[in-house]
Design a protein around this ligand. Structure first.
Ligand code: SF4
Ligand code: SF4
Length: 168
């Protein structure tokens, strides 16, 4: 079922629409003229059926509540292609991020993978641990071998600031 199908029983919410607009800077979904250049290049379209032009359409129509509680806003891979391709100042990426922020503010269900990423940042300062990678010649490389400095793991001060930013 597409996002548009999901909205058939929904009602527009002007207040939430205004809230989303207040979270955006220099981006206005009302500038979107539905050319679909964003969707034609969207990294998440094929696997996750994310259609960024539909997100803009629904925000313009006031269906923000439904978007905020939908899994679809978490499907965005943050590749920024839609922002680059948009001929207007209507970047779906920025609108999706605003929707996610609103979802967090409203205690909506956040995918497990994001919660794991937050836990990793608290523990090691990154979303994943440094890895050993293999070259085409099958040589293993890690930070030390590449002459990169040791990772400085977060201290209590970092954790306290991070939690404050998260509102915890
Ligand atoms: S957001 Fe931009 S690229 Fe996407 S449909 Fe609207 S105007 Fe076109
Ligand atoms: S930033 Fe998100 S919505 Fe935009 S093209 Fe990339 S995956 Fe699609």
């Amino acid at each position: 079922m597409s996002l548009i199908d999901l909205m058939t029983m929904a009602k527009p919410n002007k207040e939430l629409q205004m809230k989303i607009l207040s979270l955006l800077w220099n981006v206005d979904p009302a500038d979107c003229f539905q050319c679909m250049r964003c969707t034609s290049g969207c990294t998440s379209l094929k696997l996750l059926e994310l259609k960024p032009h539909e997100v803009n359409l629904l925000v313009n129509a006031g269906f923000v509540e439904e978007l905020v509680s939908s899994d679809i806003i978490w499907a965005c891979a943050s590749c920024l292609k839609c922002r680059e391709r948009c001929p207007q100042k209507a970047s779906p990426y920025n609108i999706i991020i605003a929707l996610r922020n609103l979802a967090v503010e409203r205690d909506a269900k956040i995918p497990e993978v994001y919660m794991k990423a937050v836990a990793q940042i608290l523990e090691i300062g990154f979303t994943q641990k440094p890895q050993t990678v293999t070259s085409r010649e099958m040589q293993p490389f890690n930070r030390e071998k590449l002459g990169l400095p040791q990772i400085r793991y977060p201290d209590d001060k970092f954790r306290a600031i991070f939690m404050k930013i998260l509102g915890g």
